[in-house]
Design a protein around this ligand. Structure first.
Ligand SMILES: O=C(O)CCC(=O)C(=O)O
Ligand SMILES: [Fe+2]
Length: 511
C-alpha cells in the first residue's frame, strides 16, 4: 500500500454519549402548561412569578419590592445582554426543570435552544408525547418537521453552545445549521449519477494509502485510506513543477486526476456551494455581509479533492481541522458521501467572541469603506471571549448526501468520522463508505508561494484555536516535526512561526 503523508491528526478526544431513558418520558406530559387559569396567567407565568418572589431579597420599601418582581417582558429583555443571558438561561432552566422534573437538564437546555429561549415554547415541546425515543437523544424526537418553532427561526450567529458531554444526533438536514456551521443536502445527485460515481470511486480504492505522520514523538498511520485528486492538468502541473503539495512536511506521493464523473459533477457541486454561501451570507452572517477573509461571493471553484475510504465499521478519522495551507482562511469544503452511512461529528474548540468588533473567527467583514488590511492583528483581552467546554454534534451522512462545511468550520471547530458499532451494508459498496471532500485551492497560495521554515521546508498554515489573546490570527509554522520518520534521529523541526496576514478576501499579504 502506498504511503500517503497527510493532514489528519488523530488526537483522541473523550467521546461521551448521553443515553436517554426511554421509559422516563413516555406519554406522561400534557399540554396543560399553556392553559390560562382564572388569574389570567399561564402555568409558566405563575411559576415565573413564584420563582422570582422566592429569590427576591427583602427590600426596604413596598414600592421597591414591587419593582423587583419582573414581568414576563423584563425576563425576555434580559437575554439581550451577554451577562444577562447567562443569568436568564439559568433561571429559565430552573423554571423548566420545576415544570418538567423528570426531564434531564441537558434535554431541557436543548429544548430551550430549539425554542429560541422561549420558556413557553420549550415547555410545550417538552409536553409533547414522545413515542419513538431511541437510546440516543435527538432533537427530532421533540420536533416534528412541521413544527412552527423550527422553520421560521433565524439561524443564530454565533451558534449557541452545545451542552458539555452531550452528543446531539442530527439526521434531518434542516436541523444541521442550527447546531453546526454546516448545511446538509440529501439526495444531492441524480440517483444514477451517484451510482456511477460510486462505481468509479470503488475502482480507485486499490490506489489509496494511509495518512502517515508523526504525533507526540510517534509515527502514526490513519485508520482509513485516502488519495489526493486534482481537477485539472494545470493543477497537476503545479504539483510537479512548483514544489508540490505537502502534508505534514512531506510531498504527497499519490496525486490523481479527477475521474470522468467527478469532473461531470463538479459544476453541480460549485452551483450548490455558491448558492448555499450566498444564502448564508444573506440570512446568517451579521449585517448580511460575508465573514472577513471569505472569498468574494460566487467565486468558489473546485480545484482539488481528497477521496477517503472507510472500509468497515471500525475505520475512522480522528478529530482534526483541515490544514489551510492552500485553501486559505475561512474556506468552505463540500463533502460528498457515497455508500455506507456513517456518523460525522463536529465539536467547537475555539472561543466565541462577545465583542462585535473583534477580528474573530465568527466576525463579519467591516462595512464597505471601513476595511482593514491588518488581517487578524487584533489582540483581544481574554474577557471578551466566551469559552466553555462543549459537547458535539453527530450528523448522520447517508449515501448521496453533500455536507457543506461553511467558513467558520476549520477555524473554530474540529471534525471526525466516528468508529461505528455496526453498519448497514450498501448494495454496491458493501461495507465501504466513500467520501470526496471537494476543495477550492487559492491561486495566491500555490506551492511555490508558501513560506519556508529554517529547515527549508514549505510551512503549514493554521489558525490559532486555543490561545485567547491571539484568537482570530493565523500563522505559518514549521511542519517538519510532523514528518513520518523511519530513523531514530532526534525530533525534527525548527519551531519557525510567522504571523500570516490576509486582505479582506483572504488572499495573503506578503511582507
Ligand atoms: O470522511 C469524511 O466525511 C471527512 C473527511 C475529512 O475530514 C477530510 O478529508 O479531511
Ligand atoms: Fe477533514
Amino acid at each position: 500500500m502506498t504511503r500517503f503523508h497527510a493532514t489528519a491528526r488523530s488526537v483522541r478526544g473523550r467521546i461521551l454519549v448521553h443515553h436517554n431513558d426511554p421509559q422516563q418520558h413516555s406519554g406522561r406530559f400534557s399540554t396543560q402548561f399553556l392553559a390560562r387559569s382564572s388569574d389570567g396567567m399561564s402555568r409558566v407565568e405563575r411559576r415565573k412569578r413564584d420563582f422570582f418572589s422566592a429569590f427576591a431579597k427583602p427590600q426596604p420599601t413596598a414600592k421597591k419590592q414591587k419593582q423587583d418582581i419582573p414581568t414576563t417582558t423584563e425576563v425576555t429583555d434580559i437575554k439581550d445582554t451577554p451577562d444577562g443571558e447567562e443569568e436568564s438561561t439559568d433561571f429559565k432552566l430552573a423554571l423548566l426543570s420545576s415544570l418538567h422534573p423528570s426531564l434531564p437538564h441537558e434535554d431541557l437546555l436543548e429544548l430551550l435552544l430549539a425554542a429560541d429561549g422561549s420558556v413557553d415554547a420549550a415547555s410545550a415541546l417538552a409536553a409533547k408525547p414522545r413515542s419513538t425515543i431511541t437510546t440516543q437523544s435527538s432533537l427530532s424526537t421533540f420536533l416534528s418537521p412541521s413544527s412552527s418553532i423550527v422553520s421560521p427561526r433565524r439561524i443564530p450567529f454565533p451558534l449557541p453552545p452545545i451542552p458539555k458531554f452531550k452528543t446531539l444526533h442530527l439526521s434531518t438536514p434542516s436541523q444541521v445549521p442550527f447546531h453546526a456551521p454546516a448545511t446538509l443536502h440529501a439526495s444531492f445527485l441524480p440517483a444514477a449519477t451517484a451510482t456511477q460515481l460510486l462505481t468509479e470511486c470503488l475502482a480507485e480504492v486499490p490506489a489509496f494509502g494511509r495518512y502517515e505522520f508523526r504525533l507526540f514523538e510517534r509515527n502514526v498511520s490513519s485508520p482509513h485510506t485516502a488519495a489526493f485528486y486534482v481537477a485539472s492538468k494545470e493543477m497537476a502541473a503545479r504539483h510537479t513543477s512548483r514544489g508540490g503539495y505537502l502534508y505534514n512536511g512531506t510531498t504527497l506521493e499519490t496525486v490523481r486526476l479527477f475521474t470522468p464523473t467527478m469532473t461531470a459533477v463538479t459544476p453541480i457541486v460549485e452551483r450548490l456551494v455558491n448558492d448555499s454561501i450566498a444564502e448564508r451570507v444573506a440570512s446568517v452572517y451579521p449585517g448580511g455581509r460575508k465573514l472577513k477573509y471569505m472569498l468574494p461571493e460566487g467565486k468558489w471553484r473546485v480545484t482539488s479533492a481528497f477521496m477517503n475510504c472507510y472500509d468497515g465499521a471500525k475505520q475512522s478519522v480522528g478529530w482534526h481541522s483541515d490544514q489551510l495551507t492552500y485553501l486559505g482562511p475561512r474556506t468552505v469544503i463540500a463533502s460528498l458521501s457515497l455508500g455506507v452511512e456513517r456518523e460525522f461529528r463536529l465539536r467547537r474548540v475555539a472561543p466565541v467572541t462577545l465583542d462585535p468588533d473583534a477580528e474573530s473567527p465568527d466576525t463579519a467583514s467591516p462595512p464597505p469603506g471601513e476595511e482593514s488590511t491588518e488581517g487578524g492583528q487584533t489582540d483581544k483581552p481574554e474577557e471578551e471571549w466566551r469559552w466553555q467546554p462543549e459537547g458535539q454534534v453527530s450528523i448522520h451522512l447517508p449515501h448521496n448526501s453533500l455536507l457543506i462545511m461553511h467558513a467558520e468550520c476549520q477555524e473554530s471547530w474540529k471534525h471526525s468520522v466516528h468508529p461505528a458499532n455496526n453498519i448497514s451494508p450498501h448494495p454496491l459498496a458493501n461495507n465501504k463508505r466513500i467520501n470526496i471532500t471537494f476543495r477550492c485551492y487559492r491561486d495566491a497560495l500555490t506551492p511555490d508561494k508558501i513560506p519556508r521554515c529554517k529547515c527549508g521546508v514549505a510551512c503549514v498554515l493554521k489558525a490559532v484555536q486555543r490561545v485567547k489573546e491571539k484568537m482570530g490570527r493565523y500563522f505559518w509554522g514549521c511542519q517538519v516535526g510532523n514528518q513520518w520518520r523511519d530513523d531514530e534521529k532526534e525530533e525534527g523541526g525548527c519551531g519557525y512561526l510567522l504571523w500570516a496576514k490576509f486582505d479582506d478576501d483572504g488572499d495573503p499579504i506578503w511582507e
